[in-house]
Ligand binder design. Structure first.
Ligand SMILES: [Zn+2]
Length: 228
């Protein structure tokens, strides 16, 4: 969690942020509702997360993440793929699920974690620019490290239930992942990075379909249904 909090400052610290307007409001509202669902349904330790989301003004980056500890970022490049607040809830429900299911720490080996701590420590102690650069690189790598296939399916599953409980129509999930996969091959390196960690395959779609009845029950029971 500590590493996640530090990584957040390293990664978003120098990015241009959007701090008002309709896109900003949408991102705040969607993640706010998802976080409330995650706190109700997720493991107890998520109560201690320091939840926060920032909207990064970079239309070339098709990405979004939630670090261990609850710090989230949405790049404006993913908004055209999300299309709507419900589409955004698909991807952020999935990303939040990675954090609440502790995937971020499981996927890093102990050696990788130690390396990050050493480098982050050097930076915190006022290390030179070269060290700071190395630390940023290592933390970026930590964010872009692929999750295992099992983790991906679990994040889909848990994320689908979060979005439904937050009052977002879970039928959008299959459509969203379909749009993501349709972009393959045309979106530059950042998109390739996201797609390589989030392949849309038949297992993924089959699992979403299988879970849909349960998700629809949560959605229909949600007090937030009828909100945007
Ligand atoms: Zn994922």
């Amino acid at each position: 969690m500590q590493l996640g909090l530090q990584a957040y400052d390293e990664i978003v610290g120098e990015e241009p942020l959007i701090t008002s307007g309709p896109q900003y409001d949408m991102v705040q509202r969607a993640t706010g509702r998802l976080v409330e669902a995650a706190k109700r349904m997720g493991p107890e330790f998520t109560q201690r997360f320091e939840w926060e989301v920032r909207l990064i003004d970079n239309p070339d980056v098709v990405n979004a993440f939630c670090l261990p500890g609850g710090k989230m970022a949405v790049y404006t490049g993913i908004l055209p793929v999300a299309q709507t607040e419900t589409g955004l809830a698909v991807v952020m429900g999935h990303e939040i699920a990675h954090a609440t299911e502790r995937h971020g720490t499981e996927r890093m080996s102990r050696a990788q974690l130690e390396e990050l701590v050493v480098q982050a420590g050097v930076t915190a102690a006022g290390g030179d620019e070269l060290h700071a650069e190395a630390a940023r690189g290592a933390l970026q790598l930590a964010v872009n490290l692929p999750f295992s296939r099992r983790d991906e399916l679990e994040a889909d599953q848990v994320g689908l239930l979060y979005m439904a409980a937050a009052g977002y129509d879970p039928r959008e999930a299959e459509r969203f992942w379909g749009r993501m996969s349709a972009l393959s091959g045309g979106g530059g390196s950042s998109l390739e990075a996201f797609l390589s960690t989030h392949p849309t395959d038949q297992d993924r779609i089959a699992q979403i379909r299988e879970l849909l009845p349960e998700a629809m029950r949560l959605y229909e029971a949600s007090e937030a249904v009828g909100n945007p």
